[in-house]
Design a protein around this ligand. Structure first.
Ligand code: ZN
Length: 117
């Protein structure tokens, strides 16, 4: 396989986690500007915003999770959560589809967008 697909839920979770780290990093950098009260406050505020943002993303994952369908991956046999018509397995990144007409076709994220119309 030329391209490796990742499960959407996992992708969002990684994004939320990186937001927390960015937030902590920004706050940490703020400590180095102790002599400037304004920069330190701004850094703290910005870092706080990143962490708030990640909380929002985590909340969003929770909302999305209610829409996912649990399936058993035919390749690795593990249970995975699917979002949309096409998604990749959480464990082995095997492309999976809910739509029989898309079976055997090239994996394309666009199928999810089309289904919304
Ligand atoms: Zn799998």
């Amino acid at each position: 396989m030329a391209l490796k697909y990742t499960n959407k839920i996992n992708k969002i979770r990684t994004f939320a986690l990186s937001l927390v780290f960015v937030g902590i990093l920004v706050m940490y950098i703020g400590i180095f500007f102790r002599e400037s009260y304004i920069i330190m406050t701004l850094a703290m505020l910005l870092g706080f915003l990143f962490i708030i943002g990640s909380t929002v993303v985590y909340f969003w994952i929770g909302m999305l999770s209610t829409k996912t369908i649990q399936v058993v991956c035919p390749t690795c046999g593990g249970a995975t959560k699917m979002l949309g018509r096409v998604d990749a397995c959480m464990h082995c990144s095997e492309p999976l589809t809910m739509d029989k007409s898309l079976e055997g076709k090239e994996f394309d994220e666009d199928y999810n967008r089309k289904s919304k119309k």
